[in-house]
Design a protein around this ligand. Structure first.
Ligand SMILES: Cc1ncc(COP(=O)(O)O)c(C=O)c1O
Length: 373
């Protein structure tokens, strides 16, 4: 069978190594996974309760419109219900937006080292991926992105993806740069500006402005949110989109009718209300990040201050070697060579004892893996 060049060359998304696989391969009983930016607290107790009480009706199809969840999001986030759509994780939303608004041969535009799902979904849809370099401090260069768009009018760019904060760098864009970007590109009818706000609840930078608060002033701004991070629901697969009504109209035509199962819907509603859990998640992450900063400084390893629930740090070593060494010690982190960073590792904040063990393993690794010349 003939397969397109884009599919032949597609490098699939590589998820963090599962705990069970690491236990099997290395004969370990205890493994700590800080590789997938998950919430170490486990799901909100309120979400678990809601799921348990709905188990007995799972012979029924779920509500295809996610009506109750949409109403709850509208109330809790203060957005019109007519501008809320739900996805099977935000990944599905990314995938569908590309399929809806780009034809094969069109392009998406983002930054180098932006969250990799944009590239994977685009390639799968035979859509080209254009990228511009990041700034040296690993923040997105919004001016360069806008310049690229205007200098390449024939590139067929239909969507610009702005992960804010970005994964794997943990950095954000804000302030005047963001305002100028919106002045130059907001309200155009030939390009969509998609702000991926998976990590905004962890942001501490006071300059930050959520697109979820300003998207309504623009006809071409879309916001993607996930329940996988601060809401602790990665396994349920639940994401949301805030967008003008015309975007939702197309989205609801294209998505599978039962794309979000009912347990995810009821868990999401409960998690949205669980303010205490959200506060605990934020506290865990902020204290964990501060601990990592202190310890990485002690170990003389440079890090990139993070506005998310993970930190990217310099190992001065080949990160695949570092990864293998840490796996033997029962620690799964994420090497990010696929983002073009040969010596950097990404580490998610875990529970305090996990963070401590991670630092101990890293300290030991430093004496075992040699620096690269
Ligand atoms: C920036 C960003 N966007 C989206 C996602 C996908 O999240 P979901 O679990 O909702 O598909 C991730 C997951 O790590 C992410 O880092």
């Amino acid at each position: 069978m003939k397969v397109s060049a884009e599919i032949l060359n597609l490098i699939p998304y590589k998820p963090g190594k599962p705990i069970s696989e690491t236990q099997r391969e290395y004969g370990l009983s205890e493994v700590i996974k800080l590789a997938s930016n998950e919430n170490a607290l486990g799901p909100s107790p309120k979400a678990i309760e809601a799921v348990e009480s709905h188990l007995k009706i799972q012979h029924r199809y779920p509500d295809p419109s996610c009506y109750d969840l949409v109403q709850k999001i509208s109330k809790v986030w203060g957005v019109p219900a007519t501008q809320v759509a739900i996805g099977n994780g935000s990944n599905e939303i990314i995938d569908l937006l590309i399929r809806i608004f780009c034809e094969p041969g069109d392009a998406i535009l983002t930054s180098k080292a932006a969250f990799v799902a944009y590239q994977v979904c685009a390639q799968a849809a035979r859509v080209k991926v254009k990228t511009v370099p990041m700034k040296p401090d690993l923040t997105l260069d919004l001016k360069a992105i806008a310049d690229y768009f205007f200098h390449n009018p024939t590139a067929g760019i239909r969507i610009i993806f702005i992960p804010n904060p970005n994964n794997p760098t943990g950095t954000l864009v804000a302030g005047r740069e963001l305002d100028e970007f919106l002045v130059r590109l907001g309200n155009r009818d030939d390009v969509l500006l998609v702000f991926d706000e998976a990590y905004t609840e962890f942001v501490r930078n006071p300059e930050f402005r959520e697109a979820a608060k300003f998207y309504r002033h623009y006809s071409n701004v879309i916001v993607i949110k996930t329940f996988s991070k601060v809401y602790g629901m990665a396994g349920f697969r639940l994401g949301a989109m805030l967008a003008p009504e015309y975007v939702l109209e197309y989205y609801n035509r294209v998505r599978n009718p039962f794309n979000v199962n009912e347990l995810a819907q009821v868990a999401g509603m409960a998690a949205l209300e669980d303010k205490e859990y959200i506060k605990s998640s934020q506290k865990l992450v902020w204290e964990g990040l501060d601990y990592f900063y202190k310890e990485l400084t002690r170990l003389n390893l440079k890090y990139y201050p993070s506005e998310a629930n993970f930190v990217l740090f310099e190992t001065k070593r080949d990160s695949e070697e570092v990864h293998k060494n840490l796996l033997k010690k029962g620690l799964i982190l994420r090497p990010v060579q696929n983002y073009g960073f040969r010596t950097l590792m990404r580490m998610t904040v875990g529970l305090p004892y996990e963070n401590k063990k991670a630092i101990e393993a890293i300290e030991k690794m430093l004496t075992e893996v040699s620096e690269i010349g």
